[in-house]
Write a protein that binds this ligand. Sequence first.
Ligand code: ARG
Length: 301
Amino acid sequence: MIKDETAPLEAVVLGTAMSLGGTPDLAHVYDPKSREHIIDGTFPKEEDLIRENEAFKAVLEKHHVKVYRPETLADTNQVYARDIGMVIDETFIMPNIIEDREHEKDGIAYLIDQVSPEDILVMPEGAHAEGGDVMPWKGRLFVGYSEEEDYQAYKVSRTNRAGLEFLEQHFSNYEVIGFELKKSDTDAKANALHLDCCFQPIGRDQCIIYKGGFKNLSDYEWLVAEFGADNCIEITQDEMYHMNSNVFSISPEVIVSEAGFDRLNTELERRGFTVERVPYTEISKMEGLFRCSTLPLKRSY
Ligand SMILES: NC(=[NH2+])NCCC[C@H](N)C(=O)O
């Protein structure tokens, strides 16, 4: 059961950096930050990614979370488990994701086999959504998406209107609210790859938000009004680039965050959160962080 972003976590799939397949060539890159690091010769090494990823696993286990791993596929980047599936209520949704990453789904097939068939929902052709864009929160379903023109134009546009409408049809118990995101295939500072790259609810009624990630100012303003300005931690463009909105909630009280996010971590502690600091800078080079690395299966209510 998953109804929100922060209830006490019981079970999760954590992506793996094993058998990454080395540095991709520019023809096979699908986000601007990886691209930047390939060009600069600073694309992360598998051993460093594994070290960071295992440190995250240790923190999850310290908090008694059952951690499942994808089956390791040869030469496949499986770090960001978030995007390849999603759980809403009791339903496991198998979405259509960017073609370059379709194959990653094979790694969690063994887990999906354990879900009873009536709880599996397969997205029809033409509807696209990735888990990083989808967030249930207090009876609402927040969805980052692109309208057709952007969806066709950018590789980093991953959720389309048909995906949004599919969720609307199947989760009529939620009010589905779509936010168009700002996209760039070449400039990571001008790109909100997924909704969780510019926004995430935390705690019971707070959020982290980056104004510039929203294509329409009115969406950002709506969220700030909804949460209340005092309950929003606003982050800068640089903080967005370093993925400050992509922390991960183990519970309403405990948040996993990057060891070097000084301003954010201090602010979270000031607000009463327990911050579990994990070094994750190498993983951030591929335009994802903690939330992106996880696919929550069960939170307790
Ligand atoms: N939920 C997320 N924000 N995931 C990040 C995925 C990053 C990955 N490089 C991609 O482009 O697909």
